[in-house]
Write a protein that binds this ligand. Sequence first.
Ligand code: HT7
Ligand code: ZN
Length: 875
Amino acid sequence: HQTIHQKDYKVPDYLVDTVELTFDLSPEDTRVLSRLAIRSNHDRSNGASPLVLDGEELTLVSLKLDGVEVKRDAYRVDDASLTLLAPPESFVLEVETRIKPKENSALSGLYASGPMLCTQCEAEGFRRITYFTDRPDVMAVYTVTLRADKASCPVLLANGNLVDRGDLPDGRHFAVWHDPFKKPSYLFAVVAGDLVHIADRFTTMSGRAVQLEIYVEERNKDKCEHALRSLMRAMRWDEEKFGREYDLDTYMVVAVDDFNMGAMENKGLNVFNSRYVLASPESATDDDYEAIEEVIGHEYFHNWTGNRITCRDWFQLSLKEGLTIFRDQEFSADMQSRPVKRIADVKSLRSAQFAEDAGPLAHPVRPESYVEINNFYSMTVYHKGGEVIRMLQTLLGREAFRAGMDLYFERHDGQAVRVDEFVQAMADAGKRDLSQFMLWYDQAGTPVLTVSDDYRPESGSYTLTVTQSCPSTPGQPEKKPFHIPLAMGLLDRDGNELPLQLAGEAAAAGTSRVLELRGETETFTFAGIKERPVPSLLRNFSAPVKLQYPYSDEDLNLLMTRDSDPFVRWEAGQVQAVKLIMGLTGEIQAGRQAQVPESFIESFRRLLADDSQDRAFLAETLTLPAESYLAEQMAVIDPDAIHQARELVRSTVGRRLWSELTAVRAACAPKAPYRPDDGLAGCRRLKNLCLAYLMAAGGQEAIDACMAQYRSADNMTDSLGALAQLTSCACPERDEALASFYDCWRGDRGVIDKWFTHQALSRLPDTMDRVLALLEHPDFDLRNPNRVRSLVGAFSQGNQVRFHDAGGRGYRFLADQILRLNAINPQIAARMLTPFSRWRRYDAHRQELMKKELERILAEPGLARDVYELAAKSL
Ligand code: HT7
Ligand code: ZN
């Protein structure tokens, strides 16, 4: 398998101005006629370069150049390309190919999903539809004619505007679509099938009417309203926050059940995984509603950050993905609670991206090389990439950042550019030198900030010394210091925020400021400090770094109760919880009696008694760090000891605070029938967290409370809140609830996914057997990515203690499924490999077992590029 390097980028030898495609659609056998207007883009003084068109899994039927059949000795075809040996300066190429959508289980290119045909072209799926220069810097104007059977395929959609439609002989019909915007092939899309839609109109800020349409299968028609409303909110938000207006007359979203990722931002025709469209009050949780709004927003925001301005090459993927993640995070923060959203984003970054950055698959936000680009749709490119954009906003301030965005749009609209062009626009607008900042794109690894301080009462000066370091990552043994924004404040012992005046400054500049770190070690001296302060560091998680400062318990309590920054308040609680659980883990490993200290229980008691706090924020504060995050804190991960220690804390809290938890739960009980937008999602979260602690305490009373909630729930959040607890309880009610849940929801794919997931997440020792049995369940289907994620993904990525069972059954199970998936859907197979990439972090015995499975995978003949790359790099 070949490695592609960023440094080898060359401008394309040929450009394509227009693409005319005609599809004769049928699931078994689709004919694709492509008419390309091509012109040379290279120096031809020494002769014409060959034109290499990418193509995979295609049957070539005919090839004409300017209307004349191309002679057999003038071109070459292999299983990855079609090469014209010496094409003229400018010409029209007509290529006819045939493809088999129904056999396409990789879900890349044109494939069948339920009663429809749809496409997925990012990153390199267009070449599975027709021969083309399938790279993002070749942008063309597309006209697409779709022909299909009218009865089975009444809806025919493609990008842009519908310009013609009509009937054909033999019960067929056609539609012609034209997209006036130049676009790269990865944004091409068609959808054809028996679909219905709901619609509304949106009037843009300049007064243009846009038709919004959500397409689904008939049975889902009443589940689209939330997606449509979310889209309208996203459109308005982008106008208000970034001055960006939608540019076509229609915006279509189609929900499909078989989809490799979350959704796809194809110009004017988004294709969505149905889990990010469909919602009804009975069947969707509060989290589902939030996720739909976020993903709908994300794909919409791509229209400017990704589509109007796209990537020059795939190494620049974070140009569109990091920026669009940042935009969707800001959108969600404005739609709900900003602090709670920030905490959720930081939690997921620290659990998953930090782990990626610390392992064998670590790569920079802008990778230097890849074997399979699909493997780089990673937490690093997306979420660390989003943090990099956020740091720019923190460094420049909101106003200059917005000016930088405007300048970027003004300079590069219609172009395929690099990350450098984006950062240059920011540098110019903010009048800043951002050359050192670019290291965030090109150096992998999570920097560690070690902070120490020194207070001098005699001079009233307080000095912070910050040292940064970054561990080696594959191919990058040494790192240069990063340019890091460190947002901070200082608190006196009563929790008052102190004015911040750096030595040499004439006056204090507020009580919160951003210190800029550039060198390996930096010192900052504050003047006029009357007593030793407590530093409030990394406010709002201003940089994706690990922070080390020797806080005392007293400092943490002060920050937790008094700091003005909600992130720091929450984080102070997490630091305490991590300290506690890691201590208990050590005791358990040493075979000593572990006990939760009284002070911890008391702090939870105080929190539960405080009804002034936002309920969702309180729920976050009372949630213990995830086992995956705790694992990251250990030199050698011991999943059993971590699990036992965390469970000990949960059960102690449950037992000792039984009445407080019961009271808070009762106070959160619903007073009116459920509505997803009733503003009580935080209440439901807190209530279900209390129930989880009660269940951790054990006993029939908790089980009865769980069953009562399960039976009486009028919404999925509460129903699952109870079911999730019952699945980890060795009691007859567990099977009763699971059976009743299945009977109630069989046929609803999204809900049955949850049924699989919660069984896979069960903490009970028989989980592996249950998962193996579920593999044989008639509803399990390895060809459906959501189902694979719901069982195989949930078990191996969300159930540390059972997956890492020292007997190695979890590992064998995962390797078996990866090998089966390799032949069906390599992208999904590769995604399932993540847990194995962390093998070095475990004890020698588990290392040996995981390594053996990786070797077994690598020995498989016909291993897909996707799986090969990750397995080989992991070893
Ligand atoms: N830009 C989209 C990426 C995507 C994708 C990538 C590889 C394989 C399948 C895929 N489906 C969608 C999604 C997004 O970030 O918006
Ligand atoms: Zn995206």
